[in-house]
Design a protein around this ligand. Structure first.
Ligand code: KG4
Ligand code: ZN
Length: 356
């Protein structure tokens, strides 16, 4: 089975072809640098950039895969959540290809794309515990199956990737922020000095539950940056502050995952694997910390390869393939969604109500 996947929900135009043998036959990602001057993604600029590139990228992906449209078994496309102008560009492209070549369509939830990536890159059976950390989301979920998610916690304010991006913007060190902060932090030669100089708050650490909060941390970083002497930030100050920030984020994620693992022992004893996914999963310090907490709790830790953590077409093609092989094709007029929770019952139904 071969599926073409299209992703246009944020600032990456991405097209890929994957097979049910877990081969990635093509995987093209164009990161829009048009947003750099604004220090954040501008929806209208993103939609236009997707429109300018999508046709050529689909053509190139098919060339890379050495396939013609008639060789495909389906088309998958991100139908949300995301910036709706961009989502529409991808969805209209996918619908047109599907209509012309008479192919089944899967309108994929972008978050499901992140959630199922490890089943493309590794053999991870359901159920598993998922930490989904990206620019727009920060959630802990139990992945029970395709389309079956139970949310254990979410952020009550900012997403963790957003905190990385805002920190980088405040410090003027680059866009997107995550990799820039990680690079700075990696050159810190004295962890204790960084932690002592910048004793940032550790939001919700030690508190019960699996929720997150990052807006206070962001404000504390701003205050710390404002208190630095001089007209311009000194490189050593930036390095120490980035280290301190990343250290707190990593400690908070580990703390929340500990609570989630304890909860799983009670409500989902079959869960024995921790998966991290989403753009922030590319952060090596965070991966290392999560690997540690998994080992301490007898869990297996799985993370996608770095380039499949940030947005890509392969994850959408794969999630679409998983849906299509279960007979879950969408009607040709399926809608797009700006907001689309993986677990619509989250916050309404108690997570204690069901065992998996
Ligand atoms: O999954 P993704 O590509 O897009 C969304 O679905 O949001 O995630 C992008 C986010 C951005 O906030 C980016 O700064 C963050 O992931 N990110 C990182 C790293 N690489 C990307 N955060 C921390 N460390 C990284 N190495
Ligand atoms: Zn994403």
């Amino acid at each position: 089975m071969k599926v073409l996947g299209i992703e246009t929900s944020c600032d990456e135009t991405a097209v890929a072809v994957v097979t049910d043998k877990k081969e990635i036959l093509a995987n093209l990602v164009l990161s829009q640098m048009e947003h750099e001057v604004y220090g954040g993604v501008v929806p209208e600029v993103a939609a236009r950039a997707h429109l300018n590139h999508i046709d050529d990228m689909v053509r190139q992906a098919m060339l890379d895969a050495k396939l013609e449209f008639k060789d495909l078994d389906g088309i998958a496309v991100t139908a949300g959540p995301g910036l709706i102008g961009g989502v529409l560009v991808g969805v209209m492209t996918a619908k047109a290809i599907a209509a012309v070549h008479n192919l089944p369509l899967a309108g994929v939830n972008h978050l499901e794309g992140h959630a199922l990536t490890v089943r493309l890159t590794h053999d991870v059976p359901f159920p598993y515990l998922l930490l989904l950390v990206s620019g727009g989301h920060c959630q802990i979920l139990i992945v029970e199956g395709v389309g079956k998610y139970k949310r254990l916690g979410t952020t009550i304010d900012d997403a963790v990737g957003e905190a990385f991006d805002k920190t980088a913007k405040m410090l003027g060190i680059g866009f997107p922020g995550g990799p820039a902060v990680e690079r700075m932090a990696a050159s810190c030669g004295n962890a204790n000095r960084a932690r002592t100089r910048f004793a940032l708050p550790r939001p919700l650490l030690g508190k019960p539950g699996c929720d997150f909060s990052f807006s206070g941390l962001k404000t504390a970083v701003k205050r710390a940056a404002d208190s630095l002497p001089g007209e311009e930030y000194a490189q050593d100050d930036l390095i120490d502050l980035c280290y301190a920030f990343q250290d707190v984020v990593s400690a908070v994620l580990v703390d929340r995952i500990k609570n989630a693992i304890a909860l799983c022992r009670d409500i989902a004893p079959a869960v024995k694997t921790l998966v991290v996914a989403g753009g922030v999963a590319a952060n090596k310090t965070i991966r290392f910390a999560l690997e540690g907490v998994s080992a301490q709790n007898g869990y297996t830790f799985v993370a996608p390869p770095l380039k499949l953590c940030t947005d890509n077409g392969a994850m959408i093609a794969w999630a679409g393939l998983e849906r299509l092989r279960l007979g879950l094709a969408d009607a040709p007029d399926f809608p797009v969604h700006a907001r689309w929770p993986l677990d619509p019952a989250a916050g309404v139904v108690s997570v204690k109500s069901q065992k998996v």
